[in-house]
Design a protein around this ligand. Sequence first.
Ligand code: PSV
Ligand code: MN
Length: 401
Amino acid sequence: MDHQADYERLAGKLTARGIDVEAVKVKLKTQHVETPSWGYGNSGTRFQTFGWPGAARDVYEKIADAAYIHKLTGIAPTVALHIPWDKTDDWDGLAGYAEGKGVGIGAINPNLFQDQEYKLGSITNPNPAVREQAIAHMVECCEIMKKTGSDILSLWFADGTNYAGQDSISGRKQRMEAALAEVYKYLPEGARMLIEYKFFEPAFYHTDFADWGTAYATALKLGEQAQVLVDTGHHAPGTNIAHIVAFLLDEGRLGGFHLNARKYADDDLIVGTVNPFEVFEIYTELAAAGEKAKDVAYMIDQSHNIEPKLEAMLLSVLNCQRAYAKALIVNYDGLRQKQHAGDVLGGHMTLTEAFETDVEPLLAQVRVEMGCPADPMAFYHADDYAKKVADERGSGGKGWT
Ligand code: PSV
Ligand code: MN
């Protein structure tokens, strides 16, 4: 694809709009979208798991796949691990393997929802022995962070109740705070603890970390190394996620994202497929925040149940790249002027003008300058990687355990 003439035309148009195209390119080249190990293995719904030919069977294959996505995009240099799904006896060996493949180990995600003991919760469980078990697992994950060079402990709790009166909600809050204060002591120096919230599922009466306010209040109590993680699929329909992002950014407590798309609930679909404008709105808050957003971690959290996994992950990363590019070509000075003047639709149209701009020639130019394919999806379809792993691995790889 010869994108050069299109790129020059677009660059001219953006310059006329007051956009510093070279500065936009620099930002696009340093974009970082982490992919999750669990997105490369087989996963399913409670109804069925359909095997995908080529699904990664172990943590090494997951890292190899993540490295392939990074090779095609240049912006996915780390992979998140889920423990114990990705547990190994040789963390040095695994970190070395990842480095050799050109990627690093990203967030470490403890699993606090799959042991039989967690039926009534993990850190909020009425039984102190279960709470100790959950704390010990998180401490183990802090040790893994030290061994792998990870600087994010990413916490999600399935804790909650199903019936009014099942347990004391305030009692559970206090247990939750005590447990996290204990784990906080074990965080490696300079590392962060990200607290993820979700308003329902698997608990349906109340969830202990139901919303950003609960996660934020807890992070404030714990200390500076604790921040909030926004999973875009974990909100009630109609929630304005960009507002939550703006608030947490301004407070210095937005730790990171789990990016995915939802139509009904926590659907874990490919980011940007259901509501690309919402993803763009979120990215505009981040782009406008400048330095305040510099440590925000962007992680994909998806499970691909019927989609070809590599193609799904590639599309996810590219959709994040496109949304960020569109957010970067907003003229924020012009936007602020319109806002100060009370120009309601002028402000709105400044955003929509950027959203509706075709940024593909800009992305192609950036990718080529980074040594990546101008069209990673076309490269993927012409390449033999997916066929090679399908032949090698078959479709029986077990995931989610
Ligand atoms: C829970 O729905 C969640 O979003 C959490 O982030 C988990 O760690 C992840 O999915 C994978 O189970
Ligand atoms: Mn998540």
